[in-house]
Design a protein around this ligand. Sequence first.
Ligand SMILES: CCC[C@@H]1OC(=O)[C@@H](C)C[C@H](C)CCCCC(=O)CCC[C@@H](CC)/C=C/C=C(\COC)CC[C@@H](O)[C@@H](O)C[C@H](O)CNC1=O
Length: 158
Amino acid sequence: MKLGYYVLAAVIILVDQWTKELVVRHMELYDSIPLVKDFLYLTSHRNKGAAWGMLQGQMWFFYIVTVIVVIGIIYFLIKHTKNEPFLGWPLSLILGGAIGNFIDRVFRGEVVDFIDVYIFTYNYPIFNIADSALVVGAFTIIIATLFDNKKKEEPINE
Ligand SMILES: CCC[C@@H]1OC(=O)[C@@H](C)C[C@H](C)CCCCC(=O)CCC[C@@H](CC)/C=C/C=C(\COC)CC[C@@H](O)[C@@H](O)C[C@H](O)CNC1=O
């Protein structure tokens, strides 16, 4: 149970909450500031749901899922990072991201989003630092697990 993992999660939460506070304080809702024309904008947005605005307003569902995710990750960080050290930091990213959005859901009743990306003509749903940490953490674990399984399947060369 490395303290470093919790520090990483705490840093994610602080950066996430700080950026959301800046957006709430200095931007009107739906204000949009182009950072990179046709690609990256800072757009003040709110979401009462999950990814792609799914399950709008189902706050209790989100509270329960987040608490389960957080408890599961803390359990994993305590139990499993001894023999699988590579899992520690992606779990911390997910932990920080989940708590970051949880704080919004509890204190604002909605999540503050502001990272507005256009991939060619597709306007990807506006997200935030917490979402980024969640997705990076989740993908890292998926890929690491795939590689890990692949390694186990490879025949041992005599
Ligand atoms: C990142 C998970 C979403 C995040 O989950 C959370 O909080 C967790 C801790 C609690 C949820 C109740 C449970 C997760 C459900 C899993 C899920 O949803 C499948 C995701 C797949 C993934 C494959 C790539 C898409 C990702 C999309 C987006 C993020 O891309 C970077 C777009 C984000 C925008 O729609 C933005 O408005 C969302 C808003 O900020 C609230 N955020 C959440 O609900």
